[in-house]
Design a protein around this ligand. Structure first.
Ligand code: SF4
Length: 358
């Protein structure tokens, strides 16, 4: 069916399977399943060259996805890429159809791969140590632009003869809960078993503390892991690093986390960027243990990734281990010291884009 006047074309990757099946309702359901599998499981980019489709599907693609059709096959263009010296981390700078660029990171560990994707171009949250926060907000990504990053990572893995993706983290550029509806649609597409099939238990949404979004996740019983970036355990300490805490105070955030834990029964991952002399002392660790008392938590300790506009430096290894000891002994909290991956490819969120812009 050709486009109606003033009707915008839509990326076929914005559609969930039920939405695609509804668009193809004049055809047998098998055709929607074949197209879905081709787009999402095989990550095919050249539909017109496929000679294995039956005639009704070929005709639908020609009518609906041709140059005057309602849908188009969106392809995120690779603007730049880099690989860490240990070859375990690859970072892609992808160009969107309006020229904006976003980052996607692919990390390998013990033969398994995790994609870290962006949910916005830029970010409105303004965390002082983050290159994306330093550039400001540009716009939200559509579901298809989030899905497209995962497909790009899949293709890159396959091209180098490696296995498919196992895990997905929404920790790239942007605040996922600030773009809630698009993110939830994208995750429904990405976790669909007929396509990309990254199950909800292997997906983590990372937020800087958007309280309404956390409460909505709990009310809607969304089955994904939740990671909350804290970085400070008093209102003043956190506000110095995370401007968003002026909108949603630490007290409100912790209350929302308690509600989330009670409603979902899920453990929450708390992220703590360790900055030497700022938030890495045993006193800070004891404050954190007290703050999280009663919340089922796992704490990820992340030595700071250096950025050009923030003068802080990563904590020394001894401080990190001492911080971990206090968390364990004073609060009984498990924690993991996260490796800083791909510093030589500017793998911290927004860094490759910032370097490219410069
Ligand atoms: S750390 Fe995350 S929430 Fe904070 S500015 Fe960067 S992208 Fe935004």
């Amino acid at each position: 069916m050709p486009l109606m006047a003033n009707q915008p074309r839509q990326s076929v990757y914005d559609l969930t399977f039920p939405a695609l099946a509804s668009e193809m309702s004049g055809l047998a359901t098998v055709h929607a399943k074949v197209l879905w599998r081709t787009l999402h499981r095989e990550a095919e980019t050249r539909l017109s060259e496929r000679d294995d489709f039956q005639r009704p599907l070929r005709q639908w693609i020609e009518d609906r996805m041709g140059s005057s059709g309602r849908f188009y096959l969106e392809n995120l263009e690779l603007a730049d890429q880099s690989e860490s010296s240990d070859r375990l981390t690859r970072k892609f700078l992808l160009r969107l159809s309006d020229g904006q660029t976003i980052e996607t990171v692919l990390m390998g560990y013990n033969g398994r791969h995790t994609a870290c994707v962006s949910t916005q171009a830029g970010c409105a949250m303004g965390c002082v140590f983050c290159a994306t926060g330093q550039m400001g907000f540009v716009r939200h990504l559509r579901p298809g632009e989030i899905v497209g990053q995962v497909l790009h990572a899949q293709r890159s893995l396959r091209a180098s003869g490696r296995e498919g993706l196992r895990n997905l983290v929404l920790m790239g550029m942007g605040e996922p809960l600030h773009n809630y509806d698009s993110v939830m649609t994208a995750l429904e597409i990405i976790s669909d078993r007929r396509g990309i099939n990254i199950g909800p238990s292997r997906i983590t949404i990372s937020t800087v503390g958007v309280v309404p979004g956390i409460l909505r996740l709990a009310d809607e019983q969304r089955p994904y892991h939740l990671a909350v970036s804290l970085h400070g355990a008093t209102e003043a300490d956190r506000a110095a690093l995370v401007p968003a805490s002026r909108r949603w105070s630490l007290a409100e955030l912790i209350a929302a986390c308690r509600t989330y834990g009670e409603k979902t029964g899920r453990r929450i991952f708390f992220e703590w960027t360790l900055i030497a002399g700022t938030n890495d002392s045993p006193v800070h660790a004891a404050q954190l243990a007290k703050l999280l008392c009663g919340i089922e938590s796992h704490i990820n300790l992340i030595p700071l990734n250096p950025t050009s506009r923030f003068s802080g430096v990563a904590s020394a290894g001894a401080s990190t281990i001492e911080f971990q000891r206090v968390l364990r002994e004073e609060g009984g909290f498990p924690s993991t010291i996260r490796q800083r991956r791909g510093i030589d490819v500017a793998a911290g969120c927004g860094q490759l884009r910032a370097e490219k812009m410069r």
